[in-house]
Design a protein around this ligand. Structure first.
Ligand SMILES: Nc1ccn([C@@H]2O[C@H](COP(=O)(O)OP(=O)(O)OP(=O)(O)O)[C@@H](O)[C@H]2O)c(=O)n1
Ligand SMILES: [Ca+2]
Length: 487
């Protein structure tokens, strides 16, 4: 009697079920194992002590991916109340304390168990460079004050210093290219244009020979060599250059004995404000003029453009210069223009226009009466509102007449505030450099991430196992199925 062999059927079901459960458990373990790795973040704090204000930036990155580019992101930023640290030159002991609210915030945001290993860097820029020139002792006291204060926090204090203009330019360039992932892509890099209150930086890969060694910086990042052109113009940030422009306009009037009336084409018609000389001619960028004056607006863009051109000295001992005898090769490629370039152009709604359209719109804007503007923007501080015509005209003059952007290359400039969630500025590049987070050589990256590799290996070994079992059963079948049971 032929009996159907059935003993292997439940066996197959059981084995298959066991294998399926096995696969599910192992995949689950691999996935869970992988996940917490991603959630282990490390942190870094950089204070940008600018001429007009201080910002505190908190960065975070997955702990196990320190050397992969594009991993560090801005987690939080905090604007310190009040002016920049250089404004505490008369009361240096208060400079440190001014950082309290933002540093307390940082303490709350960064998990306690990470505090001790979180580096804190403070970099001061042009405001402190000017104070150092003006009053060295005061600048040292201000730095000491912020240092002592930052050391009271549980973080790893790594220093407070005045960074050089070259560093400011180069780290701004690193930041925007890191955030755009340009170091890993073969698509090339973008230049960086930074406009502050007291200085301005231009940095880009030019591909031309550098005629002045001071403007040259070399980096090897991620397996590629970059030869950068960079320059920082002290006194050409938007607040200091306004002083320069006022100085140039007021100088010819100084022999007037009566109240000096400065008729300024860069301020709006109807603007009429008495200004004390101390509030304007208070920096090493300008001569110490001791006459108060009445600042009267005219709102004439073309004249404003001409007046602003006068703040640049055009002598040049190189084959070509931007201004003030500073060598500059022709601008090349795309540019990210950030900080005050963005604030101003964004306020004026000029970020998406071509150069001619921008000039036209600015002409109309400058000619708008001061009263109309105040009515239209009641929440903007009057001091700032009054200066946008000047600042917008300065930006266009600097970019077109001095850096030599043309109608055509103007469109290569992107006015940006952030890339992703991270603000464009020198701070991220500064931290990446000091923590060695962009290696000179690209690390050899495995084909698959660790978790994916483990999962794939498990699935493959289980599949082999399944095939083995199935093969065993299948090849066993012919003899098994003809098996006769004799009762
Ligand atoms: N929302 C904002 C923020 C700032 N500003 C102005 O933009 C200028 C530059 O700001 P910032 O880039 O922050 O300059 P700092 O870093 O303070 O100056 P520096 O880099 O020269 O040290 C300042 O005049 C500031 O008043 C602005 O118009 N709108
Ligand atoms: Ca700045």
């Amino acid at each position: 009697m032929k009996v159907k062999n059935s003993w292997h059927r439940p066996q197959i079901i059981v084995v298959t079920a066991l294998i399926a459960v096995g696969i599910i458990i192992m995949v689950a373990i691999a996935v869970v194992q992988h996940k917490p790795l991603h959630q282990k973040y490390k942190y870094g704090i950089v204070l940008d002590a600018g001429s007009s204000h201080t910002s505190v930036y908190i960065y975070e990155w997955p702990a196990e991916k320190e050397n992969n580019t594009g991993m560090v992101q801005q987690k939080h930023s905090c604007n310190v109340k009040g002016k920049g640290i250089s404004s505490y030159s008369g009361t240096p002991h208060k400079a440190g304390e001014s950082l309290k609210d933002c540093m307390d915030e940082a303490k709350k945001i960064i998990p306690n168990h990470r505090h001790r290993e979180t580096p804190v860097y403070l970099g001061a820029t042009a405001g402190m460079r000017l104070l150092k020139m003006d009053n060295y002792t005061a600048s040292e006291k201000v730095l000491k004050s912020v240092e002592t204060f930052l050391q009271t926090y549980p973080f790893s204090y790594e220093g407070a210093r005045i960074i050089s203009g070259q560093e400011e330019g180069a780290f701004g360039w690193i930041t925007v290219n890191y955030l755009s992932d340009n170091f890993r892509k073969a698509s090339g890099t973008m230049g960086a244009l930074d406009l502050g209150g007291a200085s301005t930086q231009i940095t880009f890969v030019s591909g031309q020979e550098m005629e002045s060694p001071d403007n040259s910086i070399d980096f090897r990042l991620y397996g590629n060599d970059y030869h950068l052109y960079t320059h920082s113009f002290l006194c050409y940030g938007k607040d200091q250059v306004l002083k320069l422009s006022l100085e140039k306009q007021i100088e010819p009037k100084l022999d007037m004995t009566d109240n000096i009336i400065l008729e300024d084409p860069c301020f709006h018609p109807g603007y009429n404000v008495n200004k004390s000389f101390q509030s304007v001619f208070d920096s090493p960028c300008v001569k110490k003029i001791t006459s108060n004056f009445t600042h009267k607006g005219l709102g004439e863009w073309n004249k404003c453009h001409k007046a602003i051109k006068k703040v640049f000295n055009t002598t040049c001992i190189y084959s070509r210069c931007s201004f003030n005898n500073i060598f500059q090769p022709p601008v090349k490629g795309g540019f990210g223009a950030f900080s005050a370039y963005f604030f101003v152009m964004n306020f004026l709604n000029l970020t998406n226009l071509n150069l001619d359209e921008a000039k036209k719109r600015l002409e109309t804007y400058c000619n708008t009466s001061w009263d109309t503007l105040k009515e239209k923007h009641p929440s903007v501080k009057e001091k700032y509102l009054a200066e946008y015509c000047f600042s917008g005209t300065y930006i266009i003059t600097l970019l077109e007449d001095r850096y030599n952007f043309t109608n055509k290359t103007w469109n290569n400039i992107n006015f940006i505030k952030k890339i992703g969630d991270s603000e464009a500025g020198w701070t991220l590049g500064y931290m990446l450099n000091l923590t060695n987070m962009i290696p000179a050589e690209a690390p050899e990256t495995p084909l698959l991430p660790y978790g994916g590799y483990v999962t794939l290996m498990l699935i493959l070994s289980l599949l082999i196992f399944v095939f083995f079992i199935l093969g065993y059963i299948f090849f066993r079948r012919p003899s098994g199925s003809t098996h006769k049971v004799i009762i």
